[in-house]
Design a protein. Structure first.
Length: 339
């Protein structure tokens, strides 16, 4: 692929045109997307204007915006050359990171060893997963480097999703023998006793986000078999008492709703060869008024302990609908003003 920069005679000095040449016209069609929607997304998020000229794309804008858009277009085309699909989230991730996304095919224990360098891609049975922001990238790296990792921040920032992806990656690579996912079953507006069904029926709705993440990474039949064999477990936090969790990847989600005693109980379940991840959002505590959050206590007590990492997310790391980030920012501004 040839890349050249041309300056239109009438353009301001800092507005120039970069021409990107893509030899495979079929891949160029996929790069542009249906009705040029991929180009429109890149234009909207980087502030450039993109024109198609045969098998070339002209990127027009200031130097910084043009370089970013060109890097994203080059990375997406390389992804297509490798036989990979492209979704809106892949483009968003490349733009947020501000650099091309590498495309590594990793398998077996080599997969874990390679993550000792830069971590961009997690390989699961259904699809690869890329961190889409610098904070997410640092988070994934710390989950591989540390035996205990915390991910703290607002909803929609990928804390749980990426943690489950790391767990599946480690499990498939043979680094751990099982995956254990847990949440506190804290009532938020509805009493468990008033919900229909037996105890499993009452508890499962609290665990549904964990089921959803696993279904994104593992084929349904394989997931069902692994759960039947107890190699993947999803259970309320209360069910962890008395257990020693060895050679396992263990995730405690929604940890802001664990009490201090529950958090200590959970953390002391760690056995040989295990990794633990704690995720939570300090703004969504559903504990009774006056009950301290175990997440806040753990953050204060364990800060600086060797082998424990803390990663923090903000509204800038939200990877759901863009409106979610604006909603979070509005609430943060309101809380700041009222405080």
């Amino acid at each position: 692929m040839g890349i050249s920069a041309l300056t239109p005679p009438t353009a301001p000095e800092d507005i120039i045109e970069t021409l990107l040449e893509f030899p495979d016209n079929r891949l160029l069609i996929d790069l542009c997307g249906e009705f040029d929607r991929n180009l429109a997304q890149i234009e909207h998020q980087t502030g450039v204007h993109i024109l198609r000229r045969g098998n070339r794309l002209a990127v027009i804008g200031d130097k910084a915006s043009r370089e970013l858009a060109s890097a994203v277009l080059t990375a997406i085309y390389a992804r297509l050359e490798a036989g990979r699909g492209v979704e809106a989230g892949d483009i968003d991730g490349a733009i947020r990171l501000g650099r091309p996304m590498p495309d590594r095919e990793l398998a077996g224990t080599e997969q874990i060893e390679m993550f000792s360098g830069e971590r961009y891609e997690l390989r699961t049975r259904k699809k690869p997963v890329h961190p889409r922001t610098e904070a997410q990238k640092a988070y994934v790296g710390n989950l591989f480097d540390n035996e205990l990792g915390f991910g703290i921040g607002p909803a929609g920032t990928g804390k749980t999703y990426l943690a489950v992806a790391v767990g599946v990656t480690m499990f498939l690579a043979g680094a751990v023998d099982k995956i254990i996912l847990s949440r506190p079953a804290v009532e938020a507006g509805e009493r468990l006793g008033f919900l229909p069904g037996d105890m499993r029926d009452k508890i499962d709705p609290y665990m549904q986000p964990l089921y959803d993440a696993l279904n994104d990474f593992l084929p349904q039949k394989q997931l069902a078999k692994l759960m039947e064999d107890k190699r993947i477990e999803i259970a309320p936090l209360a069910f962890m008492r008395g257990r020693t969790l060895s050679n396992a990847f263990v995730l405690l989600d929604e940890a802001q709703n664990a009490t201090t005693m529950q958090m200590k109980m959970f953390l002391t379940r760690m056995g040989e060869g295990s990794r633990m991840v704690i995720t939570g959002d300090r703004t969504q505590v559903d504990l009774p008024r006056g009950t301290a959050s175990g997440l806040a206590d753990a953050e204060r007590i364990l800060s600086g302990v060797n082998g424990v990492s803390f990663n923090y997310f903000t509204s800038k790391d939200v990877v759901r609908h863009p409106l979610v980030a604006r909603i979070i920012e509005a609430y943060e501004a309101h809380d700041g003003a009222s405080g």
